[in-house]
Design a protein around this ligand. Structure first.
Ligand code: GLC
Length: 691
């Protein structure tokens, strides 16, 4: 049951698509108080309540004990105490004796104190009095999430090629560097589907330009890469460079499509291109205009993009610079001691993303002037929407890959997200694992982290283990920052193990894609906490480092250095499959309970749930070459079972066709269990409970 409460005069965020009638009266379950010009909601939690949700947020799956500030933030240093990340997803589920979902649809700042100040007190604070609140009563946490997902609309659907392995770096500088990346992958049999083009492909970081010097015949090069089974994915940044005669700048200025200062002049911030203007994605006309520009690249054969710096991130503004200059000029090394020194340092470091700057510019929303900080959290989301809406026109029949750094619930209908700038730390691999179900709860299904870590120097073992988890995330992209150690699989010694791990991904693609598509089409989750599938198992609800993946699998990734295995909790009997490559694996039937399982650095453990099966195809060097006419089945059952696989051409949009559902059955014929399917089953590995 869902109740909608409207407070004041809210700005339409586009998060909810369902038409729900607002109710009057006090908000159920929550105690409401007015404070500091805004509103606070309080909820007294039971000791054993778990709080799920918040999508891209710090800490574990259970959010209790933390303070979270919803304000899209360029935060590359994601240490444990950080309160804001790139995306904002204001949906939580409190679950225990009862399950209550709470979605705060407010484009401005909101904070969630979930037992941080007082251990059983949940405190949600809004700075504004204009917002919409949804309270969802469910049978359990999973049911509450599903009800929520129904009202926010179908998640964005990526093309199937985007399930291939993708290689990125800031930046491959020109054609030859990209050719080299592809060649090295192919030579070493490391499968690959896409190479990313970071900011240096552009002319002086100008959106929708391609450097002539680095890419003399870009459409031809895109075609050459397609011949090798590779898609190129260029980055698009939010800021538009201020440069005379640059068409996007000139047009935007002339038409008034950039965000403005209070005096009506175009707001200026320094980002990668130097001085830039921010397109006003909240203005319908400006959004359309920016979206139409993607065509210049799709016309060259480009089929996917990543939108970046759209919190929006700012290095500094003229206003901030002025303040810093004054401080520097008044600083006297002879007389000013520590306190002044720290003030100076703080001012310089604090020039980026200053809250004062976010209060210094305005949007034009349907003719109304709105200060940026009041709608900050939907800025990046509307950049994704600009692209998504434009793709409907540019490419009505073919899916285009789109994912973004900043996001808000609602943008999950137009694109996926990556989780921004992480670091090459083991703790960030664990954070990636814990975050996947939370992202799914909020509608973001096509997602993933920078595998291997973006900042800092990675290590071979970290990359191997991260790939051991990354082979299951829809977006499987290795990305790293300028100045860090090279992170391509062939750059870190002996390539065979890497080739083997990635080969597993390719044989899993039919299953992963099937489960992803079913989750999209049914407003469901691809990654679930164990408690969502085993709600009465008290132990399962405390497990944060194991995940349910689709219908058949449980994952227990290894995220500790020098580990040769790990402890795993099995909520029921399961079949352990340890993959060494797509073709080499070992099996063991394990009973419900706690087990230590061994998996060396070049091995990936996966569990098949009881009564379930996993279809595997032959691996390939890219998705174009995947042969999905023949399958091997691994099944864990003593009875007849069925797995219905979703399969389509991976690029067109005929999702609701009943021919897209292909059964794999384990059937008893003359007392013996065997496989049956319209597909060719080349091998059946069948395990029963007594094996
Ligand atoms: C930002 C992005 C990162 C990208 C870099 C350069 O930090 O998050 O992925 O590589 O900018 O464009």
């Amino acid at each position: 049951m869902i109740k909608k409460y409207v407070f004041g005069n809210p700005i339409e965020t586009g998060a909810v698509t369902a038409d729900i009638e607002a109710c009057s009266g006090a908000v159920e379950f929550f105690n409401e108080i007015e404070a500091d010009g805004g509103i606070i909601f309080n909820y007294l939690m039971n000791d054993s309540d778990i709080v799920y949700g918040l999508g891209e947020a710090n800490r574990g799956m259970n959010k209790r004990g933390g303070f979270y500030r919803s304000f899209c933030t360029d935060e590359p240093n994601q240490t444990e105490e950080k309160q804001s990340f790139y995306g904002v997803h204001n949906f939580i589920v409190i679950t225990g004796m009862i399950s209550i979902g709470f979605f705060v649809d407010c484009p401005g700042e909101v904070s969630f104190d979930i037992g941080y100040t007082s251990s059983n007190m949940l405190n949600i604070r809004l700075k504004s009095k204009d917002f919409v609140l949804y309270v969802i009563e469910g049978k359990n946490a999973y049911d509450t999430v599903k009800q929520f997902r129904e009202i926010i609309g179908r998640s964005y659907i990526a093309p199937r090629w985007a399930f291939g392995y993708q290689q990125s770096r800031w930046s491959y500088m020109n054609e030859d560097e990209i050719r080299e990346v592809v060649k090295k992958h192919r030579e070493n049999n490391i499968p690959l589907d896409a190479v990313y083009m970071d900011i240096d492909y552009m002319e002086r970081y100008k959106d929708f330009t391609v450097s002539d010097e680095a890419f003399p015949d870009f459409p031809k090069f895109v075609g050459e890469m397609r011949e090798c089974g590779i898609r190129l994915v260029p980055i698009i940044d939010a800021g538009v460079k201020i440069e005379d005669n640059y068409d996007i700048y000139e047009e935007g200025k002339e038409k008034g499509y950039f965000c403005k200062r209070s005096d009506g002049s175009d707001f200026v911030a320094s980002v990668w291109p130097g001085k830039t203007h921010f397109p006003d994605f909240l203005n319908t006309e400006a959004r359309k205009w920016f979206g139409s520009k993607y065509k210049s690249l799709t016309d060259c054969g480009i089929e996917g993009f990543w939108n970046d710096m759209n919190e929006p991130a700012m290095f500094f503004t003229e206003e901030g610079e002025e303040k810093a200059k004054q401080l520097i000029s008044s600083f006297d090394f002879d007389t000013n001691r520590q306190d002044k020194f720290f003030e100076l340092g703080g001012t310089i470091m604090g020039l980026a993303n200053r809250s004062e700057d976010y209060r210094n510019f305005y949007h034009n929303i349907d003719g109304k002037k709105v200060r940026h900080d009041k709608v900050h959290n939907i800025y990046g989301a509307n950049m994704t929407r600009a692209a998504g809406e434009a793709f409907e026109e540019i490419s009505p029949d073919k899916r285009i890959l789109m994912f973004s750094r900043a996001s808000y619930i609602g943008s999950h209908r137009y694109g996926g997200i990556w989780t921004g700038d992480n670091q090459s730390w083991w703790s960030h691999l664990l954070m990636n694992i814990k975050m996947m179900p939370s992202l799914n709860m909020c509608g973001f299904l096509y997602s993933g982290a920078d595998i291997g870590g973006f900042g800092c120097n990675t290590t071979r073992d970290l990359l191997m283990r991260w790939l051991g988890f990354g082979i299951f995330t829809p977006l499987m992209r290795n990305h790293s920052a300028m100045g860090t150690r090279r992170q391509e699989c062939y750059s870190l010694g002996d390539t065979e193990d890497f080739a083997n791990i990635i080969s597993i991904r390719y044989s899993l693609i039919p299953y992963l894609y099937s489960e992803y598509m079913k989750a999209c089409l049914n407003n469901d989750m691809l990654f679930k906490p164990l408690s969502f599938e085993y709600p009465t198992d008290g132990f399962a609800s405390e497990i944060e480092d194991q995940l349910i993946l689709g219908e058949s699998l449980m994952l227990a990734p290894i995220y500790e250095q020098n580990a040769h295995g790990r402890y795993v909790y099995l909520p029921e009997d399961m079949l352990l499959v340890v993959f060494r490559s797509s073709a080499v694996r070992r099996y063991q039937v394990l009973k419900k309970g706690i087990h230590y399982i061994k998996a060396e650095i070049n091995e990936v453990p996966v569990f098949i749930r009881r009564g379930k099966l996993l279809p595997l195809c032959r691996t390939a060097q890219c998705t174009d070459e995947l042969d999905t006419s023949m399958f091997e089945l691994i099944a864990f059952t003593d009875d007849e079972i069925e797995y219905v696989m979703y399969e389509d051409d991976g690029i067109s949009k005929d999702y609701d066709n009943k021919n897209n559902y292909i059964p794999f059955q384990i059937k008893r014929v003359d007392g013996v269990l065997g496989a049956a399917s319209p597909k060719t089953v080349v091998k059946l590995s069948l395990f029963g409970q007594n094996d």
